[in-house]
Every structure is written in C-alpha cells, then in structure tokens.
Design a protein around this ligand. Structure first.
Ligand code: RRO
Length: 310
C-alpha cells in the first residue's frame, strides 16, 4: 500500500480511522479497532463523569445512512484516559482522544488533565454534539468558540483538533476560518452529523428514534456532498499548518478519494463502520489503492487537495 500519511508530524500507515462515537465506547471495541487495518483510531467523546445518554432506540441504520440521538453516552473521562495511557506503552496503532464537555469549564478541566498527564497523542475537542437536549452545538456559536479556544491555548501545548458541525453558508466558512486561523490548532475535523434531521417511517406514521421526538444527527451517504463542501471550504481558507480530517459519507474507496481531493489528510468513518464493522478498513484501503493504481498515483500527496474547478 502507498497510503502512508503524515499528520500532526507523525506517520500513519493509511489515512483511515473511526469517527468518534462508532465502535469506541468500551475497551473491547477500542481493541478491535487497534487490531484492524485502520491507520489510527479515536475514543468515544467523553465527559468528566460517566453518562447513560438518551433512551433507546437512539441509533438507526437507514438505506442511505443513519440517524442517531445517542446523547453522549460514555464511560467517563478517566476510563478513556487510563486506557490511552496503558495503550501508548505498547502502541501498535496511534490513538486520538476525544472529549465533549457540557460546558466551557468542563472542557477546560478535561484539557488541563490531559495536559498534565503523560498522554502523548492527539486530542479532539468535539464542539458539535447535536444530541444533548437543551445544549446547543457549541461551534454554531462563533463567539463562544473563540472564547473557549483563547482560554484553552493559554495552557494547552499538546496537539489539538476541533470537530465541527457542518456549515451551510459561505459567510460562516469565512467567519469560522478567521477565528480558527488565530490559534495553533493541529486540525479541523469536518463534519459531525447534520444535526436535528427527522426520519419518518410512513407505514408506521412514526419517527424511528425515541429521543427528542425523533430528531437526530444524520450521517452516511445523505451527507457526503455537505461533508465534501466543508472539507473543501476549510482547506481553502485555513492556514496550511491546520490539517483537515474529512468525515461524512465515506463508504467506498471512491468516497475516500473524493475527500482527499478536497484536501483532507485523515479520513473518519462512522455510519459505514457501524454497518460493516472494523473489517471495513481493509476493504476501503484496498479500494482506494485500486483507484490510485488505475490513475497512476504513487502517493496520496500527489493528488491531495488538487480538486479542479471548471
Ligand atoms: O453521542 C451523541 O449523540 C453524538 C455525539 Br457526542 C456527536 O458528536 N455526534 C453525534 O452524531 N452523536
């Protein structure tokens, strides 16, 4: 395979990893990812304390994607930090650590604990969970995002990326990129699920998930064009030191190729991993390789970001 990827000054065997939330809640699931063909993997976004999350059914696979309103269930920050510290002693696959505090203070507290720990990997700050009733997606509040990052970078010196929700207006891409360019961020991950979609079973005349009267985050094929737009928009607006992780609608090697053309460096898979399991990483990496061989590309760097305009 010729998919070696340099990200955050480290080398990865390929660009593929899970999207936080899928197959990464328990140590057992994390271990499955570690022994898969993924180039890296990431923990479920955590809060300081363990959370049960929303009532079930709260995740449903759809023909063209998925809808979820998990509500940030997780086993608590220290469960994942203890695993990460143990894992890095005999690391086979690099591990990213995801956090999603319910407030600015909680995010700062977790980041201080990471800063003061021996964790030497990359942290992802999730600013875009759409599913906690009463809690807006932080990154739709531009001022709050800027305030948080100002406070964080006073003390946080380890590699840090942010997971963003999708944006739908060019002015919003401009405004968010202007904010992010002021900080020593390692990466931007676009996109989280498209928040608060409503999927209906017309035979039953009912919604398909229980929380929030059926409203939930949309993932999978439905969202690929939006994800590609967000990857491209940030790739063309952010300073080159800020790399991009492309997430949204990656199910085949061709989807991966498209995200890379838009400028992504790493690629996260959520819905399709949930449907297929960790075996997806070997398949998708093989499919990407077939496309690269057919086109005569010897490395991803030869085509990354090189999407043509008409
Ligand atoms: O747990 C969730 O409901 C969830 C989270 Br934290 C997130 O960031 N994105 C998503 O689709 N679901």
């Amino acid at each position: 395979m010729k998919q070696e990827t340099i990200f955050a000054h480290a080398k990865f065997s390929n660009p593929f990893m899970n999207a936080s939330g899928v197959h990464c809640m328990t140590i057992e699931e994390l271990k499955d990812l570690e022994k898969s063909e993924a180039g890296a993997y990431i923990t479920k976004s955590s809060t300081l304390e363990k959370r049960e999350g929303n009532p079930s059914p709260r995740y449903v696979d759809l023909a063209l994607g998925s809808i979820n309103s998990m509500g940030l269930p997780n086993l608590g920050f220290h469960y994942y930090l203890d695993y990460a510290l143990e894992q890095q002693k005999h690391q086979e696959t690099p591990l990213f650590f995801s956090i999603a505090g319910m407030s600015q203070e909680e995010n700062i507290e977790m980041l201080k604990l990471i800063q003061d720990s021996a964790f030497s990997g990359i942290t992802e700050l999730n600013l875009s969970c759409p599913n906690v009733p009463g809690k807006p997606q932080m990154a739709y509040d531009f001022q709050a995002t800027e305030d948080l990052l100002k406070k964080v970078f006073i003390f946080f010196k380890k590699p840090l990326g942010v997971k963003l929700p999708p944006y739908f207006d060019l002015v919003h891409f401009d405004q968010m990129a202007d904010i992010l360019n002021n900080f020593p961020l390692t990466y931007v991950n676009s996109v989280n699920s498209i928040g608060n979609a409503l999927f209906i079973d017309s035979k039953e005349e009912a919604v398909v998930i229980k929380p929030k009267n059926g409203f939930g985050g949309l993932g999978g094929q439905y969202i690929k064009p939006t994800a590609l737009a967000n990857v491209r928009a940030f790739y063309t607006r952010l300073k080159p030191e800020i790399q991009i992780i492309g997430t949204g609608g990656i199910e085949t090697g061709r989807d991966a190729f498209e995200h890379l053309l838009c400028g992504a460096t790493m690629l996260q898979i959520g819905t399709a991993l949930h449907k297929e399991g960790p075996g997806i990483f070997a398949r998708i990496s093989k499919e990407l390789q077939e496309i690269m061989d057919e086109k005569g590309y010897r490395s991803i760097d030869e085509f990354r970001g090189k999407l043509k305009s008409l």
